[in-house]
Design a protein around this ligand. Structure first.
Ligand code: 4HQ
Length: 252
């Protein structure tokens, strides 16, 4: 899979993608990440890429021509490339969108700075607008990195093992169960006994209960749209029943 990043700050991308899993994926040729400096496509003498907004107001707007030329160069090499603009005004990124993008062969990611890009660049060259969340960044670069990271780890061979079943678990909308490793006792806080029991069905049952409890407590919105198995449904009923008993104060 290829990612072409259009940015005014290509250096921001060097170390995050050299490290660890993505670095290995690049070495193995599973993903290819290119940065393209939008400034190289400014034809004016001083390579100006921004200008003041029509109508006045604060800040600067990224000019349409350098963006247009940069995208057109990439698109002329591969007309099938899908062009994404990172913006808080876009559709909110999630695991399902990551999965959809992972089946594309070539993404172009446009990173805006300042007050964003000229509206005509969006209308004429952008296939889809994506937001990584409701907060304001200084530019689209970090958002592009988040997207590339989440998409790349879904590609075959990028993670060591086949994790597809686990990805399903998030798409099925449950949070993960708690994890522990050595030591058994840390400052008086110990690991739940069941995890040392060697009883695999008891461990699996405990984990499913904990995942349900955690999702209920922290992300009831996820639980509402979760597709639970019959057994998970029963476990959830039992958890809800327990919490009703706790609240009623019986036996206290
Ligand atoms: N920005 N999700 C403003 C973001 C952002 C986000 C990128 C800041 C675009 C012009 N991008 N520039 N949140 O905050 O994607």
């Amino acid at each position: 899979m290829r990612f072409d990043i259009l940015t005014l700050f290509p250096d921001m991308f060097s170390s995050p993608f050299r490290e660890s899993i993505l670095g290995k994926a690049i070495e193995k040729g599973l993903i290819q990440i290119r940065t393209i400096n939008i400034r190289d496509f400014a034809l004016n003498k001083h390579q100006v890429v921004d200008d003041t907004p029509y109508g006045g107001g604060q800040g600067m707007v990224m000019k349409v021509e350098p963006i247009a030329r940069a995208i057109e160069v990439v698109k002329s090499q591969d007309p099938s490339a899908w062009t994404i603009y990172l913006t808080p005004q876009g559709k909110q990124f999630n695991q399902e969108i990551a999965l959809t993008f992972s089946s594309k062969s070539h993404l172009i990611l446009l990173c805006g700075r300042y007050e964003g890009i000229d509206e005509r660049a969006r209308e004429l060259f952008i296939d889809e607008e994506i937001s990584i969340g409701d907060y304001v960044l200084t530019g689209g670069e970090l958002a592009a990195m988040v997207l590339i990271d989440a998409v790349s780890r879904l590609l075959p061979g990028v993670l060591g093992s086949d994790r597809s079943a686990e990805e399903d678990s998030f798409l099925n909308s449950l949070l993960e169960y708690p994890q522990y490793t050595r030591p058994f006792d840390f400052r008086g806080s110990s690991v739940p006994d069941v995890l040392l029991s060697g009883n695999h069905s008891a461990i699996s049952l405990w984990r499913r209960r904990e995942a349900l409890k955690r999702t209920l407590a922290r992300r009831p919105d996820l639980l509402a749209k979760a597709r639970l198995s019959n057994e998970e449904q029963r476990l959830l009923e039992a958890i809800l029943q327990e919490s009703r008993v706790d609240k009623s104060g019986d036996g206290v």
